[in-house]
Design a protein around this ligand. Structure first.
Ligand SMILES: *[C@@H]1O[C@H](CO)[C@@H](O)[C@H](O)[C@H]1NC(C)=O
Ligand SMILES: [Cu+2]
Length: 248
């Protein structure tokens, strides 16, 4: 009887865990230059994993915009000898795929950062990030409108981004970030990073206000971060957080 009770309690916890797992997610793969790359396998040890993505350990969101892991999720570590990178021409597309993505309310943002030739040893929180793509409220109102995240879900849980055509070649990280805002005044950040080697003959490099840190780029008081979409049924604009998109 005691064993049965223990087992039942275990099962309850296991099921609860499973439903939590099912309710969030992250980037599980990329299509880059006609090649598919698996992402990191969350909930598994990094030992033996080999991927272009940085380590991230759970599907859970980061809920504090100044969290120390906001750059490349928890824990954002390099995979050492398992750390790969994808080669991509400036001006070409990167498609990111999410798993079982459930949220349809909030913006999609994509950033890059130069690693000064050394992504494998770079600390994501030390990098200077620039935004290459963003989309927020596409149509309608905050409460009932169509959001970029809804388009992502409708598009096979994927988002396609173009690397700025004139970006100088070199080693970069790319950072896909979903900001789910379906819970009033409680943002959920889902960032994942991957290593790229950008090729081409471009020469543009972002500077000044285009460059931000994570954490650092967002504040709790940003209007697009702490927001109650349900109390603004007639508002048709949303302020995406972070810097303006840099287009080279
Ligand atoms: C949908 O996404 C999966 C990755 O999650 C990919 O393997 C598949 O090719 C995609 N399907 C289409 C039609 O693009
Ligand atoms: Cu979730």
């Amino acid at each position: 009887m005691r064993y049965l009770t223990t087992f039942t309690a275990f099962l309850t916890i296991a099921l609860r865990q499973a439903s939590l797992v099912a309710s969030h997610g992250g980037v599980i793969g990329y299509d880059i230059a006609s090649k598919y790359y698996n992402g990191f396998s969350a909930y598994n040890t990094p030992v033996g994993q080999s991927t272009i993505q940085r380590e991230w350990d759970t599907f859970n969101p980061i809920t504090n915009p100044t969290d120390s892991f906001l750059s490349c999720n928890n824990n954002g570590a390099s995979l050492g000898s398992g750390q790969l990178s994808a080669t991509v021409d400036a001006g070409s597309q990167v498609v990111a795929y999410w798993n079982q993505w459930p949220h349809t309310i909030g913006p999609v943002m994509v950033y890059m950062a130069s690693c000064s030739g050394a992504c494998a040893s770079a600390m994501p929180s030390d990098l200077s990030w620039f935004k290459i793509d963003e989309a927020g409220l596409m149509s309608g109102t905050l409460t009932t409108g169509q959001w970029a995240m809804g388009e992502l879900v409708a598009n096979n849980n994927s988002w396609t981004t173009t690397i700025p055509a004139n970006l100088a070649p070199g080693e970069y990280m790319i950072r896909h970030e979903l900001l789910a805002i379906h819970t009033s005044n409680q943002p959920q950040f889902y960032p994942e990073c991957a290593h790229l080697v950008v090729t081409g003959s471009g020469s543009a490099q972002p500077s000044g206000n285009s460059l931000v840190r994570f954490p650092g780029a967002y504040k709790v008081s940003d209007p697009g971060v702490t927001i109650d979409i349900y109390s603004h049924p007639d508002v048709t604009d949303y302020t995406i957080p972070g810097p303006a998109v840099w287009r080279g």
